[in-house]
Design a protein around this ligand. Sequence first.
Ligand SMILES: [Zn+2]
Length: 283
Amino acid sequence: MSLIQQQQQSLKSIKNVLPALTSGHHCGIARNFSLKNNYHSLSTQSGVKLNTSLNNYFSQCKEALAFSNTCFKSQQQRFYSTPTNKKCWKCDADNKIEAIFCEKCKTVQNLSRGVDYFSIFGIQRSFDIDLKSLKAKFLKLQQAVHPDNYSTKSDKEKEYSEQQSSYLNKAYHCLVEPLDRATYLLTLLGHPTEESETLNNNVEFLMEIMTINEFIDNAECIEDIEDIFSENEARIDLAIRNLSIFFQAEVWEAAQNETIKLRYWKNIERSLKDWQPKNKGKK
Ligand SMILES: [Zn+2]
């Protein structure tokens, strides 16, 4: 079988499993629950079924992806190939566009347009990133460029160190959060989530969100909240795993929808963390 045929077959099998993953099949927990009774037993039952079927989907997805990854490599390289160079403002040496310090004279450089949150850390544009190594890079660069080190330097160097330092901060805090990273990466690749109407028009999904919010509003004790919280954390984990698959397979609409879902789950997470028993809080 030729590479192209293998690629086509892989894509086909990814697309076969996608509808099940994206249609809200895995959201059965919340859809099935009844506000007033047996919330717990229903969610536990469907949780078991959910797990088995999801594991099947994931292993199918993984197999398909192993093939398509090899085939997509050249395509990805096209995406990832970036930079033009820039001249050091001090010694005129050639540097990469994202260089924070000049290779030759080690002077801090201005922040160039076109440097994105990935390239400033020298990492590929990808949803799957090594958070540990990102953090290490961030701390090292942030320390090197910290404005405190520049108090005795020229105004230009002070200005550039502040520029670089604040951009590094923004970049790190965006990349470290899966939701922000997905949103940013989709925009960077030309598929901003604002352009996806599918999920925002999905009445069933919006009803599910409303039901959960209603449940939170009506919750009377912390145990109710803890149950919803752990289910919501499971939804968040699942959305992140799905995003990894969709980004690797470059299925943008699915990635957009999953990002929007993740935004809802994160909002719910925030409401749950802010939850207070009624008699203590408002009214
Ligand atoms: Zn230089």
